[in-house]
Design a protein around this ligand. Structure first.
Ligand SMILES: [Zn+2]
Length: 380
């Protein structure tokens, strides 16, 4: 089988759509009007991804407030926030350019999603004949909604975590039931867990093992056949063309991440200074048998934060180099991250989100061609 390819999830939202989110927050348009614009952008994403030749298509998260918050709020400003949440939670991440992203704060139980990703899958399936993938958020990100130190009265941390696992399981199962062929779990907090940034207290609490154990509590509820199509995405962040944890030693994460009993991994690599070192670590720690599934390693060969388009030949060379360390039958190609994980993102290095959307399509096209060239070069 030739080297498989897959997107992480998001595409830049057109400026027009970003303004419509703002219009909803300001009460200038209705939720129905925003949804019409989301649907139009989603259809454009699907049609343009079909043209790139990508096997699994999606809407590029045009309907999500963000990869992390789609299940609990309609917009980043907090319009449509789910029950038992307030807007002023802890920072999820502080990025290198100084901007930050904040999570809502849990105020009591029970914790319930208000939106499941299967809604997007259902809409996308109706709009394309191609197989569909969907990204979902991890249990470990949702864990950060609970106060870091104290217990909430009447809703213990353990009760909360049990509810989180149930909601995330329901989210993943719902996507498959709605017809998604692939479901990947965003796990950007994995790398960030090693940061130890005093401005962002949770990153100093050494939570990586807790994150992995909690995510496995969800993943282990699925059969090996299901887990073959459940992926994990790791990255050092990718928002407003900036990162949150690229300086954190990658081995801290990679030596642990493959304990997750997932069938595939979407792994940032193109933007690493020493790609060879990443191939080695992935080859060393990924498993042929994770409780019944081989772990297929999709290496990032595209940097979504840079407007410079990687050539197909460059992608080919990266994958051929990766195959020196990662078994060919467990090698795939992806992008380092989604192209715009948050709905509001002006893509400053690109100059505009509309231009960044065009660039994303060129990058994806070259990734797919590069994977084809690498398969040829490797005789697979
Ligand atoms: Zn990412």
């Amino acid at each position: 089988m030739p080297i498989p390819t897959e997107t992480v999830g998001s595409l830049p939202r057109p400026l027009k759509l970003q303004e419509a989110y703002e219009d909803l927050d300001q009460g200038r348009i209705t939720w129905e009007q925003l949804q019409e614009m989301q649907d139009a952008s989603a259809l454009d994403s699907l049609q343009r991804l079909e043209k790139t030749g990508e096997l699994y298509v999606n809407d590029g998260e045009q309907r999500e407030s963000s990869f992390a918050t789609y299940s609990i709020t309609d917009t980043l400003a907090g319009t449509g926030l789910a029950d038992n949440l307030a807007g002023d939670g802890q920072f999820f991440a502080i990025f290198d350019d100084g901007h930050h992203r904040q999570l809502p704060r849990l105020t009591g139980g029970p914790f319930r999603y208000k939106t499941f990703a299967s809604e997007y899958v259902t809409k996308n399936k109706a709009a394309t004949d191609k197989p569909v993938k969907q990204a979902v958020i991890s249990a470990s990100m949702m864990m950060l909604l609970y106060p870091l130190e104290e217990e909430l009265e009447g809703y213990s941390r353990e009760e909360f975590l049990s509810d989180v696992c149930d909601e995330v399981e329901k989210d993943i199962r719902g996507c498959f039931e709605a017809g998604a062929e692939r479901v990947s779990i965003d796990f950007t907090e994995g790398r960030l867990a090693g940061k130890n940034d005093s401005r962002n207290p949770w990153t100093g609490k050494n939570m990586l093992q807790e994150f992995i154990d909690l995510n496995n509590r969800v993943i282990d509820r699925f059969s090996p056949e299901e887990r073959a199509n459940i992926g994990i995405h790791t990255c050092p962040g990718g928002d407003c063309d900036s990162v949150h944890s690229k300086e954190v030693d990658y081995e801290l994460l990679l030596s642990k991440m493959f304990e997750l009993n997932a069938g595939y991994f979407l792994i940032q690599c193109a933007s690493q200074e020493d790609k060879e070192a990443v191939y080695e670590l992935v080859g060393k720690y990924s498993r042929d048998d994770a409780n019944g599934v081989p772990q297929v390693c999709f290496m990032g060969v595209i940097n979504p934060l840079s407007p410079e388009v990687e050539s197909a030949e460059q992608v080919r060379d990266d994958l051929v180099a990766a195959a020196e360390h990662i078994p060919k039958e467990r090698l795939g190609a992806t992008d380092d991250c989604g192209f715009s994980p948050f709905s509001r993102d002006l893509k400053p290095s690109h100059g505009s989100p509309d231009f960044a959307r065009d660039i994303a399509m060129q990058k994806i096209t070259n990734r797919i061609e590069g994977a084809r060239l690498a398969s040829e070069a490797l005789g697979i």
